[in-house]
Design a binder for this molecule. Structure first.
Ligand code: 6PG
Length: 245
């Protein structure tokens, strides 16, 4: 695991954008395509804007990128809470990504069916090969959830390599999420976390006692791939081991 800590959010976002570009270029050079799963929420919005900017746009052959989602909120496709809608506006539309390269969760289906159908999209995309994403981008909630692996939910104990639906009692809503075993098959996993309110969760996940029911992001340990944590100094402020870049 590598932890990268930056003085400012701007430096952090530039570093993870450069990392994204590097993995994209290497994957395309090695296998002809780049399979990436994105996260939702607020934190990655500035990263997506940066990737769509003139400077970054020209660094990747975007027609060779296949986009998936680590998780999705169970709301209609045009709802402001929908992760794919957010990414469509900030990244896919500005970069003219063809619909055939976007693998989104169909939230018009019942939750379990939506998860099954999304798993089927993944299975068919990798057709017979291991479900190894080149890169999975993740965020971290203040309660140490990642993707939609929330504390004390059944999906935390799901050992299948798939996407599953999960009901969140506190929010009275469903989500569709990749399971930890699916995420852990990735060649590269990168967490993007910044801001003081995330500091405790970062500390518990990285240096606290192991308790995945309470701190689900602890489940993210790639089988063979690389794990990177991209943090700003505020999110890293409670860590004991911190080497700032
Ligand atoms: C989502 C996510 C989720 C997110 C964290 C952090 O759909 O909300 O994919 O796992 O990464 O909740 O979200 P913020 O960046 O908004 O704090």
């Amino acid at each position: 695991m590598e932890t990268h800590i930056y003085k400012s959010t701007i430096e952090l976002i530039t570093a993870i954008a450069d990392f994204f570009v590097q993995i994209a270029q290497d994957s395309i050079a090695a296998r002809g395509e780049f399979d990436v799963a994105l996260s939702g929420g607020k934190s990655p919005k500035i990263l997506y804007k940066k990737l769509a900017s003139l400077e970054y746009k020209k660094q990747v052959d975007w027609n060779k990128v296949n986009f998936f989602f680590a998780d999705e909120r169970y709301v209609p496709a045009n709802d402001p809470q929908n992760n794919a809608k957010m990414v469509r506006e900030l990244l896919f539309a500005p970069l003219n990504i063809p619909a055939s390269r976007i693998f989104a969760v169909d939230t018009s289906l019942p939750p379990e069916k939506a998860a099954e159908e999304y798993t089927a999209q993944i299975v068919s995309h990798f057709s017979g090969k291991e479900y190894e994403f080149d890169l999975i981008l993740l965020g971290l909630g203040e309660n140490a959830h990642t993707a939609s692996l929330f504390p004390y939910t059944n999906v935390l104990n799901d050992s299948s390599v798939s996407a599953q639906s999960v009901f969140l009692k506190q929010q009275n809503t469903y989500r569709i999420t990749m399971t930890a075993p699916l995420i852990n098959q990735a060649r590269n996993i990168a967490f993007l976390v910044y801001g003081k309110p995330k500091a405790e969760a970062v500390y518990h996940v990285l240096e606290g006692e192991y308790d995945f029911e309470k701190y689900p992001a602890q489940l993210i340990i790639p089988e063979q791939g690389n794990l990177h944590w991209y943090l700003d100094k505020d999110a890293a402020s409670l860590l004991h081991n911190k080497m700032q870049e």
